[in-house]
Design a protein. Structure first.
Length: 283
């Protein structure tokens, strides 16, 4: 039972990340400020953990590739996407896109032929993503939705390489945060404290939540669930992210969804459940 609670807590933290990002911008922080705050405390904490557990024999070239896909560039794409679109769109487009791209990449790169569940999930996921991205928002939101989908591709590539190279979830999470830490002094030298001085309480919250809560704690909790429960049973958790993220966006930010977008959310969640839980052979 404690493992279940750990998984639920991790998904709640992940879901809240999109809402917290949007809230930070509404409070006056810029995208670059939020990116810096993600790695201010979280990067230091992850660097301390990484110094203890090491790289596990991973080469620095592979460390750099994983950081490009899952570290600062990935988070920056997500932050700008949320700023242009909405937290509820981000909570569905990012994880939904990740499942679609991960299935295709696993098939093409790892020669891991998708099972019937994954194949059945793809049209549901694609239909849901189109409904979500194609309704409710206009103008620059289209660009934001595109960036959120692209961040899903980045994360799918990151996960594919983790599987291919045999890197654990906790080690990789600490690694990409620690290797993104150099952005913090660069940001402070180039931009100074910027909007942080105008919203110090929000800045502190973002540093604690995004850096320690999401960057370290959520990844540690889900890595624990994955190790204890195995990939099959742990797959029940990720489909919660679109639901929890959308509910939090409605409660905290008063974001509303159209009927078409609710249908899209239902399709995305159904597709994620199918892809994650139907583990039968392909044929």
């Amino acid at each position: 039972m404690p493992t279940i609670f750990a998984g639920l807590a991790a998904m709640l933290l992940y879901s809240g990340s999109f809402v917290a990002t949007r809230h930070a911008m509404m409070a006056g922080l810029g995208p670059l400020d939020v990116m810096m705050l993600r790695y201010l405390l979280g990067g230091l904490a992850c660097a301390a953990v990484l110094a203890r557990i090491g790289l596990g024999g991973l080469s620095w070239r592979r460390v750099a590739v994983l950081t490009l896909l899952g570290g600062l560039p990935y988070y920056g794409m997500q932050v700008v996407g949320v700023g242009l679109s909405s937290a509820s769109h981000a909570a569905m487009l990012n994880p939904g896109g990740t499942v679609v791209f991960a299935t295709l990449l696993g098939w093409l790169v790892l020669r891991d032929k998708p099972g019937r569940g994954a194949l059945a999930a793809l049209p549901l996921l694609l239909g849901g993503l189109v409904l979500i991205a194609g309704t409710g928002l206009g103008g620059a939101a289209w660009l934001g939705d595109g960036m959120l989908l692209f961040s899903g591709l980045q994360w799918a590539l990151y996960g594919t390489l983790l599987r291919s190279w045999g890197v654990s979830g906790l080690r990789s999470a600490c690694m990409i945060s620690a290797c993104s830490l150099p952005y913090v002094p660069v940001h402070l030298v180039v931009f100074g404290w910027g909007g942080l001085a105008a919203a110090p309480e929000e800045a502190l919250f973002q540093a604690l939540y995004q850096g320690l809560g999401v960057g370290l704690l959520a990844n540690a909790l889900y890595s624990h669930c994955y190790a204890v429960m195995g990939p099959g049973r742990a797959a029940i958790f990720p489909p919660l992210v679109p639901v929890l993220g959308t509910l939090l966006a409605a409660l905290v930010l008063a974001e509303a969804l159209s009927a078409a977008q609710f249908l899209g959310m239902a399709l995305v969640v159904s597709g994620m459940l199918l892809a994650g839980l139907w583990r039968r052979p392909a044929w």
